[in-house]
Design a protein around this ligand. Structure first.
Ligand SMILES: Nc1ncnc2c1ncn2[C@@H]1O[C@H](COP(=O)(O)OP(=O)(O)O)[C@@H](O)[C@H]1O
Ligand SMILES: [Mg+2]
Length: 360
């Protein structure tokens, strides 16, 4: 799938932008603060969740007007075409329309898989588990579109269970139905994540030398547990005493972590150099795209600038070889010289009336 058009209205620095795209990679260059990441962020919202900055709907409205914003995109590919419209009025949450009909946010996951790499992820392997879980879940969502719905169902039940724990409710009868819901949704989450890791692992073997293969492993948080619905229900029931003391649920897929190792060196990602850590992430994203047969849209924010020329060429060749629509950003056009003739080039600049975009 790829975007054939993208229109932004009062979205962050973009007052009114309309792009027509042909499905090739899109290389976006422009000075710092010109609105490149804002553009990628708008694209990231075409997938379930809060986008690549995890921003609240109100923060996306262009200041100082804060009139509300709108993103409209046309998608095409695999014999299908869809129009997606996202908008939020001031103070309201975002509304999704697919082909003119109101839709739930999770429905976006069925239209186009989307994967991204942003500078904040440079510390993914050394910071807390939350970022890695999010990375794993985005990967999973790309293979299992229902993963978003399972996650929502799990979190909804867990919030209620946590409320009981905080209120020091001890009667097991109150917990059983919620734990059953958590166990069912949790087992679906576990299965989806396991499938994603297996499929990315299988696609890694075909990876080139520039981006080293990474071995992935899901690490159970809050102690080891089985991953079927029955196992999870037992773990939750057995953990009630501990959870009551903590005032929250301490075991389950919401506590799991993703471990990665640089395969050729047998080195944990956290112990790798900054450049190697980045290469591992790129390698995982490329393997993921390969496993999906080139279907996803990739958002690679400021990735090119941090690669040496050989790796940059390898990245561009991989993207073009996969035939994916990758949106790449960088401060200079020269970074994208290796994509000349193979990508659409866009120049972003900051004007008196917000960001403006022209052919680069
Ligand atoms: N809600 C908003 N309204 C107007 N401008 C915004 C809003 N949010 C961010 N900006 C502006 O967008 C610019 C940053 O854009 P960004 O896309 O991150 O730049 P870059 O091209 O460096 O990636 C900053 O100048 C920032 O002030
Ligand atoms: Mg940026």
């Amino acid at each position: 799938m790829h975007l054939t058009s993208l229109a932004l209205s009062h979205f962050r620095s973009h007052k009114a932008v309309r792009l027509t795209l042909d499905g090739r990679p899109v290389a976006i260059h422009g000075p710092n603060g010109s609105g490149k990441t804002n553009l990628l962020e708008a694209v990231s919202l075409l997938s379930p969740g809060r986008g690549l900055r995890r921003a609240a709907a109100d923060d996306l409205a262009r200041r100082p007007e804060t009139l509300g914003w709108r993103v409209v995109a046309d998608l095409a590919g695999a014999g299908a075409a869809h129009e997606i419209e996202l908008r939020a009025e001031p103070g309201a949450s975002r509304a999704v329309r697919i082909d003119g009909k109101a839709a739930a946010q999770v429905a976006l996951g069925r239209l186009v898989p989307m994967l991204w790499l942003v500078p904040a992820m440079d510390r993914l392997w050394i910071e807390g588990a939350e970022g890695r879980r999010r990375f794993l879940d985005r990967m999973t969502l790309s293979f299992v579109p229902d993963h978003g719905a399972a996650t929502l169902a799990y979190e909804r039940a867990m919030r209620e269970r946590n409320r009981l724990l905080r209120d020091e409710v001890r009667d097991p009868a109150w917990y059983r139905a919620l734990e059953r819901q958590m166990a069912e949704a949790g087992a679906a989450i576990d299965a989806g994540r396991a499938e994603a890791v297996a499929r990315v692992a299988a696609a890694q073997d075909a990876g080139g030398a520039a981006f080293p293969a990474a071995d992935l492993e899901i690490v159970a948080g809050g102690g080891s547990r089985g991953s079927g619905p029955a196992d999870l229900a037992v773990a939750l029931a057995e953990g009630r005493g501990r959870d009551l003391a903590a005032g929250r649920t301490l075991t389950g897929p919401h506590r799991d972590d993703l471990a990665a190792a640089y395969r050729a060196k047998g080195m944990a990602a956290a112990q790798c150099s900054t450049g190697e850590q980045k290469a591992l992430l790129i390698s995982l994203i490329l393997a993921n795209a390969r496993a999906l047969g080139g279907a996803p849209i990739l958002l690679l924010d400021e990735v090119s600038a941090h690669l040496d020329p050989d790796r940059r060429t390898a990245l561009y060749d991989a993207i073009c070889g996969l035939g994916v629509q990758a949106f790449l950003t960088g401060t200079e056009a020269a970074l994208f010289a290796g994509l000349e003739g193979r990508a659409e080039m866009l120049a972003v600049s900051e004007g008196p009336d917000g960001s403006s975009i022209g052919a680069g």
